[in-house]
Write a new protein. Sequence first.
Length: 291
Amino acid sequence: MDISSYFSITSKSKFFSVQYYYLCKSKQHIAPPTVKTPHLNKMATLNEQLATLTANYSPCDVSDALVKLQKTPEGSTPRAGYLADLVPFSPTTGRNETMPRIAAPATTFKFLAKDASPPQIATENPQKHGFPPGKHWVDYVSEFQMSDSSGAGSIVVIEQPENQYCAVTGGIMATRMKALGIKATVVGGRVRDLKELKAIGLPIFARASSTVGTSAEAKAGARDVPISIGGVTVSPGDIIFCDPLEGVVAIPRELLGPVLELMPKLTAMDEQAKEAVAQGMSVTDAFKKFR
């Protein structure tokens, strides 16, 4: 007997999960219910993939998938794409459920201490990875999305040196980024001009705020290069997934497809385990049975 033919069962359906639990208790020979998961055509465009991601999953689901898909070097801790301690500063300050989820490819900027030498890649190829004399870094934020044929836009991701107290993004920078069509900004450091940022409305995630301008401690050192935030490497084109409640994760571009393929299975298993625990099963037994 396959009860899926009688009921439309989804991974979120508590009522039918309870029915299934009691049918199992009655020891009838029944097949497990079919769990409906979001369907993604393997030939889906990047925009379709990103729409599936933001509509159906959270950064927690992404990290669960990355833990299984990524190989962690021996002796290190799995980061699973999590860009630690980033919270919204615009258009709402603090974790919330009112801002929409956003996902798009990364365009990266590496900031340095103001007296540090630019990385070699920037000095060898300033037109592509550096900042020619007289040019401001923010004027380059749209270059990646202009060259990317997917039309998915981009999210600016900024690495700031640890233990700096200045901001690397403020009102003028946010105004320019919004004018250039950037979808969001992620700062592994500090921002300022919070009232202006809220008025501008560009979604901005950062670790903290400051009143001090960038030039006091920092300068832009390179663009469109791999950067590191919280021990996670973000390369140009990687997918950045911003959730105003759960946080921000980075998905290596080559793993987006595998992540989207694996998440429905993982979330379905979690729903089954959750329902079993709600009906009295121990977590130990639920994990053994469903995970």
